[in-house]
Design a protein around this ligand. Sequence first.
Ligand SMILES: [Zn+2]
Ligand SMILES: [Zn+2]
Length: 242
Amino acid sequence: MPRGRDISIDLEVPFKDAIFGTTRTVLIAKVTTCDICHGNGSKPGTELETCKVCNGAGQVHETRNSILGQFTSVRPCVACDGVGKIPKEKCSECRGHGVKRREVEMKITIPAGIDNGEMIRMPQQGEAVKTGIAGDLYVKIHVKPHATFRRDGSNLLMDLPVKMTDALLGTTVTIETLEGKVLEVKIPPMKKAEEHLRVAGKGIPADGARRGDLIIRLEVALPHKLSSAVKKVVEDLKSEGL
Ligand SMILES: [Zn+2]
Ligand SMILES: [Zn+2]
């Protein structure tokens, strides 16, 4: 059975849509089944007649003579595209081909958690052929980077600068999650200049699996300039052995 051509397209999606999933409508130029004759190639209201070339068999036998004897092979009839019938009057829209190239609106479902470079396969959404099955449509996903969040497997990562005093004493901050929700996060006194804080279940949703975590990379932001008063305090700290 003949099969239509596969089509592949590239689709750029915002970071958030790739994480939570979305649907997109795209316009694709492709060979599709003629919507006037529904693919049989005949003018609406007219009939099909038996193909005279193959007598309705849809295939023709070819006999070849060679020095080793006679060979018979079978191939699909070209006159009727293997159907066995031909239109009495051809469809004016597709000129009897049954298929036509046109622009089609395609709805593409982007599953939650899709990663950059992943491919979505849509079976039989590629190019049609008169008799046979349509090819497949492949959609390659390009995820746009986000200003705040990045992805690490099933986890979401973000950086959060922490003031030196907050790092030493601990604090509570509010952050905005990727969903746009305000989240209160308690930062305990830090022991290193860089620490990771894990907020369970705020990462990448996964089908049938536990949702990943949000990992906040805390980094102590040191002051750029010290006033003389602050410098005095720091020198006191120094004498404390800090
Ligand atoms: Zn047609
Ligand atoms: Zn035929």
